[in-house]
Design a protein. Sequence first.
Lengths: 574, 164
Amino acid sequence: MELSGGDILIESLKEEDVEFIFGYPGGAVLHIYDALYSQNSVKHILVRHEQGATHAADGYARATGKPGVVLVTSGPGATNAVTGIATAFMDSIPMVIITGQVQSRFIGSDAFQEVDCVGITRPCVKHNFLVDSLENMASTIRKAFYVATTGRPGPVVVDIPKDFTTPGVTTRFDYPKEVKMRSYNPATSGHPGQIRKAVDLILSARRPMIYSGGGSVLGNAASSLTKFAKLLNYPVTQTLMGLGAFPGTDEQNVGMLGMHGTYEANMAMHECDVLIAIGARFDDRVTGEIDRFCPHAKIVHIDVDPASISKNVVVDVPIVGDVSKVLDVMNSMIEETDKRANPTDLNEWWSQIKRWASTDCLAYEASDSVIKPQYVVEELWKATKGDAYITSDVGQHQMWAAQYYPFDKPRRWINSGGLGTMGFGLPSALGVQLAFPDEIVACITGEASIQMCIQELSTCMQYGLPVKIINLNNRYMGMVRQWQEFSYEKRYSHSYMDALPDFVKLTESYGHVGMQIDKPGDVTGALEEAFAMKDRLVFMDFITDQSENVYPMIEAGKGHHEMRLHPAQGRELA
Amino acid sequence: MRHVISVLLENESGALSRVAGLFSARGYNIESLTVAPTNDPTLSRLTVVTSGTERVVEQIIKQLNKLVDVVRLTDLTETQYIEREIMLIKVRAVEGLREELKRLSDIFKSRIIDVTDSSYIIEMTGDATKLNAFMHAVGEEQIIEVVRSGATGIARGEKSLKVG
């Protein structure tokens, strides 16, 4: 079959079973858009800003496990996409981003809308390609999908000069069935000797702790992880990125760890003697002060990326491999032996954890005059029976969502953990809603974050996406304000959100439903009313307590055992 | 500690910038970096001299391995290896100095490859220590210009860095 470059791209996307492509047209991709026009298999979703396209594809990828696909033009199209590419890179999300490029003969001439896209994106992609000929188009696309989705996943950029997509200029189209790259061989199963060594250590633990991260979600290891934890009856803590791989409402779950993790999770990290890190990367928001991290623990670390091992924390038993495969091998080994952790030790460990948990570190002061943001999230959990897809932006609301909305399933909690990208929530929600049109998708956001990609309300209208927006509006960049309160003697430098739009009118102007809720007594009713509107996007503007802070908290330079608790708890356990 | 890392790289545009970019993005030291094609036209051989604690060097090796364009690599400093660098050095050579520089050049087994009435260009190969020693012997005030290739290296014996 002889095809033009534009058609080859579309046919390749079909071969990869691409359902949606999130994009925005422009000069360098006009030929590709023309090829899109005459087919119906790949559905194009027209966003309102290229950043929105990348976040939408990212949300789709996180929720489905399939790669998200983006199509943008050269120059500003590509640079606008960079924030979303970096967001996906930091959280290891599989994406393929097609960027248009000026004609190959103009590259390097400062042509109109030319940027060195491969150069600009290099530090924030897993890999990138500049297509060098029409003949290599199909094989490059094949490689891009292969690299993006295997090993530790990540975004891959394919930059296509306009002249390789010219209609009428054709070449033979043969989509490669196999892809072999001598320089790229991601690890799969872990080393059996290391796994055996790890199991021996795990079974000899007196105060064990399972620390699971985003890799358990990305590696589809939820059921293997749950089985592992259940076989052993060990406590589980999950990172912000890992929430839902192990059920949040299970009694073995001790909550999130790290900067805004629970007191019991962090204390257990500090006191444990064997730490089992699964698909986690010892991020600084998780470890606190690295010199004080898990001082008593031998550490097992399972990760698909060898470079994650001993990067921040030196570990005792590293296992490089696919987390679900490694856990399955471990589970069989554990099932084959009667050896278990000493029950007396384990019981004593659980009692200690329960004593820590009795601090009730997520308690907050209820109010019947002003809406507490935590209360809204709790009510949202009830209204959605804990079974919604929740996206978030970045800041206090993100932490409250993670703390007060326990996730029982993986891929339900969609947030920008690594890069911390404000503006992520709404476009990622639209990507999730496209993937799951019949499910509840809610975006927990704040009045600062939502304004960074608010234009995507228009996209939601065009495609009839009934996302529910939970805007926790405290008229501040809350997390900035909180740090200024704690560390800058309440000098609230430029963190107050002045001149806010009327969100209800704004939403209505896009054709959606807007609601403002300012009384605690109205919260539940408003949520019920909104979720009853199954086919409408509803923007719920909750006017919340301005002074509320996220507790508990590990401040900079502190260890897990030095958490700052809510002042109402009357004591600081240092 | 100083490490000499030898890398087989896909001979593709942009591959070198991935390596260089990795070092700058992650704050690793580069003492020198050389790259050139090999007998296999699809491959480049790159030698990077870096320094850092064992942990840092372990990360450098892992991060290099993670680059999709890196086919294979080895830390030569872990093995018996030979290191060579070429230096072209232009020195002031006037009156009595001319004889002395000639003698010095012979002692270091280097060659004078260009002569004017006031300067020599001397070509020498060796490891970094030898080149440094020569520059020291000549003296800073006599040196007009120095060009060094950066180190290249190869393992001794049968051992080799190759695909597959």
